[in-house]
Design a protein around this ligand. Structure first.
Ligand SMILES: Nc1ncnc2c1ncn2[C@@H]1O[C@H](COP(=O)(O)OP(=O)(O)OP(=O)(O)O)[C@@H](O)[C@H]1O
Ligand SMILES: [Mg+2]
Length: 255
């Protein structure tokens, strides 16, 4: 893997009012890698993901995706905020899958996956449909395309959500605890879909408590606490031989 990183964070800060949440995040996600982000509740993992696709503005530092600053354009040594339409264009290249699936309840699985390409890209129905069918097949739901979300299990809904994100042909996928709301017996199917996606070369940032997945599929792992990166490295190294007390304490609870 060469070339510029897919995501580069340099001293990223974010506050909500007086609460200083991200306190100088430095990290790089290489193109094609599965980058796992772990840490205790409240450490800022979701906040950081939301900064990457500009659902939140950062207050300091620099954050870029595929060589482009998120939300800003640089001219000389000055930064200019992008217009809403330019921010939307940046966000289009980033797929996001949340803990809760947020499918449109009044639409079938197929229609959910077709919706963004139709509305956002102005794609033809035939093209959007063909891709949606292929993606639903890929996530193992070829026989459920006509089901509404209420007629699908949590794991099936989450796989529809992954297909829906992929329908925009993103260059980066963000997963925020995609399996933590699922019954244990449904977790495996979702992780299988993510493993398949990783093997296809997708760049993925995965916030997860599934340490088995991180160990097997992850290329890098970052342990975050209190809004900073405490420790990072290959998942097997960090999980097997943590260097910092905070990492050790966290892992003793989740492993
Ligand atoms: N919109 C907001 N307004 C104010 N505070 C917020 C907001 N979003 C998050 N926070 C605070 O920021 C801190 C970090 O939250 P965040 O959701 O990023 O943590 P997390 O690491 O994802 O935790 P979890 O593992 O529980 O999902 C928390 O203290 C939270 O209360
Ligand atoms: Mg979170």
């Amino acid at each position: 893997m060469t070339g510029q990183p897919m995501v580069k964070a340099e001293g990223v800060h974010k506050s909500y009012g007086a609460a200083h949440i991200l306190r100088g995040i430095d990290l790089e996600v290489r193109s094609g890698e599965v980058f796992c982000l772990v840490g205790p509740s409240g450490s800022g993992k979701s906040t950081f993901l939301r900064c990457i696709n500009h659902l939140e503005r950062i207050d300091g530092g620099r954050l870029s995706v595929d060589g482009q600053l998120v939300g800003y354009r640089q001219k000389g040594d000055k930064l200019y905020e992008l217009k809403d339409s330019e921010v939307a264009a940046q966000r289009r290249d980033i797929g996001m899958v949340f803990q809760r699936f947020n499918l449109f309840p009044h639409m079938t699985a197929l229609a959910n996956v077709m919706e963004a390409p139709l509305q956002v890209k102005g794609e033809s129905k035939a093209v959007a449909r063909e891709r949606a069918e292929r993606l639903l097949d890929r996530v193992g739901l070829g026989d459920k395309m006509g089901n509404y979300p209420s007629q699908l299990s949590g794991g099936q809904q989450q796989r529809v959500a992954i297909a829906r994100a992929l329908a925009m042909e993103p260059k980066l996928m963000l997963f925020d605890e995609p399996t933590s709301a699922l019954d244990p017996e449904l977790v495996g199917d979702v992780l299988d879909v993510m493993r398949d996606l990783a093997e296809s070369g997708m760049t993925m940032i995965v916030v997860t408590h599934e340490m088995g997945f991180a160990r097997e599929v992850g290329d890098s792992l970052v342990f975050m606490d209190g809004g900073v990166v405490v420790e990072s490295g290959h998942p097997r190294e960090v999980l097997g031989n943590p260097q910092h007390d905070r990492t050790k304490a966290f892992l003793s609870k989740v492993l």
